[in-house]
Design a protein around this ligand. Structure first.
Ligand SMILES: Nc1ncnc2c1ncn2[C@@H]1O[C@H](COP(=O)(O)OP(=O)(O)OP(=O)(O)O)[C@@H](O)[C@H]1O
Length: 330
């Protein structure tokens, strides 16, 4: 059975479980553009679910409908069984990390968050707590226009956390970020899921997503290609071992072993050490999430995560091209 068949079967049986986020036959048209086309998927608590697709696949449009920022042309976008706009205090149920958009630049981080808290009817006491949580307490009284892109992203995460929501959605959190910022946000999102929250992220890069996500919702031209677990995707892509590259490989190796995760030198280690590519380690694919979290905690860069045989990107490209021009979900 291929991934697409497996995904169809899973999408049907997951609808029967307690899905926290539910997209049902979601469609969004902008003029003649079908940004989202009859898309159904679910996301569950305690797991990171990733909307994965190329640029223009409809990821942002889908998140905007789930967040009640756009009305679906047809279909339903539900959080805990209800549209977000029907929730009395949405900020206490769902936190959204979107493009920073426009922020009053002369305000301090603390003042900005106080305004967001007031607008969301959240206790002002949460402001200092979330600044701590995102490691921004040291810059609480600095003007936002002095912030780096990474600090702005943390401020966005802080705003999303003000209501202590059980659902967190992040649109393209890894795009255009440096390795340190990617490691930080990856660790943060992994912790949210570990704490029992429902996490939905969007992204275009399979290796970046595969190290974090438990479930994949692969979309193309607004349509569902498949929903499957990341383990299934990796197994289908070429094996149960992951090849991990990092410029700080020996530190990563030490950190993984200290946590009891066995690592093996990749057979191509010697060959690659003579090239400009960073050397690699092999770890069991089932340890994928721990690898991501440990790298994030130690602020170590992961330059590549691939299956030992074939690249995850290749498997993704094959899946997308087989969906191109075909009716996938009917
Ligand atoms: N407000 C809008 N008006 C017209 N077309 C839109 C609008 N928003 C999105 N689209 C179109 O809908 C399609 C899906 O866009 P969307 O932003 O959801 O893609 P995406 O998967 O998030 O892409 P990226 O990874 O580049 O952010 C694209 O063809 C886009 O041009």
């Amino acid at each position: 059975m291929g991934l697409r068949d497996l995904g169809r079967r899973r999408a049907v049986c997951m609808m029967g479980e307690a899905a926290v986020i539910e997209a049902y036959r979601l469609t969004k048209r902008y003029g003649s553009t079908r940004a989202v086309d009859d898309l159904s998927f679910t996301a569950r608590a305690g797991r990171v679910t990733a909307l994965l697709g190329r640029s223009g696949a409809g990821k942002t449009a889908t998140l905007r409908m789930l967040l009640g920022l756009d009305h679906p042309t047809s279909g339903h976008a539900l959080i805990g069984g209800r549209p977000l706009r029907d929730l009395e205090r949405p900020s206490t149920e769902v936190g959204a990390v979107l493009d920073a958009g426009w922020i009053y630049p002369y305000r301090s981080a603390r003042t900005h968050l106080r305004w967001v808290a007031l607008a969301g009817r959240v206790s002002l006491r949460r402001v200092d707590a979330v600044l701590e949580q995102v490691d921004l307490a040291y810059a609480a009284d600095e003007r936002i226009d002095s912030f780096s892109d990474g600090m702005l992203q943390r401020l966005g995460v802080a705003a999303a956390l003000l209501g202590d929501p059980s659902v967190v959605m992040a649109d393209a959190p890894f795009d255009d970020r440096g390795p340190g910022d990617v490691a930080w946000i990856r660790g943060m999102l992994a912790r949210f899921a570990r704490d029992g929250r429902t996490v939905l992220v969007s992204g275009r890069s399979v290796p970046e997503i595969a190290i974090l996500a438990d479930d994949l919702v692969i979309v193309h031209h607004g349509r569902l290609v498949t929903q499957c677990t990341t383990d299934e995707f990796i197994a289908q892509a070429g094996g149960d071992m992951l090849k991990v590259r990092s410029p700080q490989l020996s530190k990563l190796d030490d950190a993984l072993r200290a946590k009891g995760i066995p690592t093996f030198s990749s057979p191509d280690l010697h060959v690659e050490s003579e090239t400009e590519q960073a050397p690699s380690l092999l770890v069991a694919a089932t340890n994928r999430r721990e690898v991501g979290t440990i790298a994030a905690v130690h602020e170590l860069e992961l330059s590549e995560v691939a299956t030992s045989n074939s690249s995850l990107e290749d498997a993704f490209a094959n899946l997308i091209s087989s969906a191109d021009g075909t009716t996938v979900c009917d």
